[in-house]
Design a protein around this ligand. Structure first.
Ligand SMILES: Nc1ncnc2c1ncn2[C@@H]1O[C@H](COP(=O)(O)OP(=O)(O)OP(=O)(O)O)[C@@H](O)[C@H]1O
Ligand SMILES: O=c1ccn([C@@H]2O[C@H](COP(=O)(O)O)[C@@H](O)[C@H]2O)c(=O)[nH]1
Ligand SMILES: [Mg+2]
Length: 264
């Protein structure tokens, strides 16, 4: 959308632009320029930037990056991964973050469940995997996340319950071409997670003790390495997930408040 606006400004007959438009254009160039290495977006902005520079009526002042208001810039998503074991409260806390900070919540599990209920070609494969508490192939999940990001008007996303393995993480980086800004990890004792899942009562096919045990094993074997990876990169924010929903959100709040300007 921003790109088409930018292109409309590049009509050679429109050399004389109102100051207001110059500022908008400058913001647009910078926002596009910032995403040159993001294969999810049109690679054309680089050429656009040169074309803009070559139009006489633009001064370097115009193309110089200005302090960007990223709230109006959907070309550079602010991505947060929300991780934690089954029942650790990821979905519950995401709802609170959405209410307070206006993020768009993309639960990978919900996207997969939607695929099952829409009778898509992968639906029965996904259902079998979820019943077993295993991990759906990255190509399926990443495609669903990509589609959800691309079709959203939002620019800041909570990706809940993904990546579940290093392979998921690498596939996301390859396809989306981005890394998360921050990774939340809801750290919850197994006993508490089991209790919460068994009393969830949402009719999920995997909310039974057999599947929960399998999911806990998968979490320890495949999800924890992802958590450790982001910890090593200094992106992990570990939250003790025991307590009331509000008590936990009190610990989450400052994390997003600290990103004010970038994510608010
Ligand atoms: N702090 C809390 N204390 C008690 N119950 C909670 C708390 N947070 C969430 N719950 C409840 O626990 C259940 C699981 O929470 P939630 O669905 O948010 O977890 P989740 O991490 O998204 O789990 P899953 O990975 O299985 O989707 C829900 O019924 C929710 O209402
Ligand atoms: O990235 C993902 C997310 C989920 N799954 C499968 O779905 C279930 C349920 O996920 P929740 O996040 O708990 O809603 C999970 O156990 C996996 O089987 C997945 O494969 N990949
Ligand atoms: Mg959930």
């Amino acid at each position: 959308m921003a790109l088409s606006l930018l292109k409309s400004f590049l009509n050679p007959s429109r050399k004389c632009l109102a100051t207001k438009h110059c500022k908008t254009l400058s913001n647009l160039i910078w926002s596009q320029y910032g995403n040159l290495h993001n294969p999810m977006y049109d690679p054309e902005p680089f050429q656009v930037l040169y074309r803009v520079i070559s139009v006489e009526s633009f001064t370097t002042e115009v193309v110089k990056p200005v302090k960007q208001d990223i709230s109006s810039n959907r070309t550079r998503p602010f991505i947060t991964f929300v991780l934690g074991g089954p029942g650790s409260g990821k979905g519950t806390q995401c709802e609170k973050i959405v209410e307070t900070f206006g993020f768009t919540h993309l639960s990978a599990g919900d996207l997969l469940r939607k695929e099952i209920s829409s009778n898509s070609e992968n639906g029965s494969t996904i259902l079998d995997i979820i019943k077993e508490g295993k991990i759906v192939p990255s190509e399926i999940t990443v495609k669903l996340i990509q589609r959800a990001i691309q079709s959203s008007e939002s620019y800041k996303f909570l990706i809940d319950g993904f990546p579940r393995s290093d392979e998921n993480r690498i596939a996301f980086e390859r396809v989306i071409g981005m890394e998360p800004e921050v990774v939340l990890f809801f750290d919850c004792p197994e006993e508490e997670m089991v209790k919460r899942v068994l009393s969830r009562n949402q009719g999920r096919v995997d909310d039974n003790i057999e599947t929960i045990k399998k999911r806990l094993k998968v979490f320890a074997g495949s999800n924890l390495p992802v958590i450790n990876y982001y910890s090593g990169k200094g992106k992990l924010r570990k939250i003790d997930a025991v307590g009331t929903v509000d008590e936990i959100f009190e610990k989450v709040h400052p994390i997003f408040a600290a990103y004010k300007g970038a994510a608010s």
